[in-house]
Design a protein around this ligand. Structure first.
Ligand SMILES: [Zn+2]
Ligand SMILES: [Zn+2]
Length: 266
């Protein structure tokens, strides 16, 4: 029902431009669809970080194998290692049979410099998250609407390089009023204590953040691999019940593979 592929979110602007966030296994189906849609192979791909579940679909992304396509990859280098070297390594012969150099699409690599990327009325901004490795969440704005994507972010426990007095308030300001937020909600309150420091949040923590930032709609993201559809549906129902009791206006749902959500301005 909710799907089991790893992280990948496609965002289309009103004029049809394609932005993709992360290249988990979900990007394979997206690429197959694009391969049947001539002229669609111009993509800006933003990677939150290089943990397996966020890049493992990239070698299966069909648009990379056609010379007429352009894929601009926006991501942060990790320590001394640049983005192309990281992606080339995952297609080394020990890991993958097709060599990186046989990818025919025009690929460019754009580091996350400054705090945002702007092009033709679209802004994509980033904010460093609390997660092992140099990891970012993103916010895309276009035509007066905004969507934020924070797949891997431990809101409370653990210790991270970014920790300091301004991190949490900065995050709330970054997310202020977004129309739709996809946020890490990997664990329940019962599961979390034995998993602090793993880099992930709970459903309740994601809701608290969304409410503090006056987010309109929250999609729980990065479902625990062992979570069944029934469990997830039960958790969503429980969270909705709790929000209704408190009179909260926040809408919540579990991110669902293949589901299209339309966001209108005003
Ligand atoms: Zn991660
Ligand atoms: Zn992850």
């Amino acid at each position: 029902m909710f799907g089991g592929n790893t992280s990948c979110l496609e965002v289309r602007t009103a004029d049809g431009r394609c932005f993709v966030f992360d290249a988990g296994t979900g990007i394979r189906a997206l690429g197959d669809r694009m391969a049947h849609d001539p002229g669609s192979g111009d993509v800006d791909l933003f990677l939150s970080h290089f943990h397996w579940d966020h890049i493992q679909g990239l070698p299966f992304f069909a648009p990379l194998y056609a010379a007429e396509n352009t894929v601009r990859i926006h991501a942060a280098r990790q320590g001394d290692v640049d983005v192309e070297t990281l992606l080339r390594a995952q297609m080394g012969p020990v890991y993958f049979p097709v060599p990186y150099d046989s990818l025919e699409a025009r690929m460019t690599f754009e580091p996350l410099t400054g705090s945002a990327w702007r092009h033709d009325g679209v802004e994509v901004a980033w904010y460093r998250t609390r997660h092992p490795a140099d990891t970012y969440g993103f916010r895309i704005r276009s035509g007066g609407v905004s969507v934020a994507y924070f797949p891997d972010n431990e809101l409370e426990g653990g210790r991270y390089e970014v920790d300091g007095p301004g991190w949490r308030s900065g995050l709330e300001a970054f997310l202020e009023g977004v129309d739709l937020l996809f946020h890490d909600a990997t664990f329940t309150d019962e599961e979390y204590p034995s998993r602090t420091g793993w880099g992930h949040s709970t459903f309740v923590q994601a809701i608290e953040l969304a409410e503090r930032a006056s987010v309109k709609r929250l999609a729980f993201f990065h479902h625990a691999p062992s979570r069944t559809d029934g469990e997830l549906a039960g958790i969503v129902a429980e969270m909705r019940g709790e929000l209704a009791r408190r009179g909260s206006e926040l809408e919540v749902e579990a991110a669902t593979e293949g589901r299209e959500l339309e966001i209108r301005g005003g």
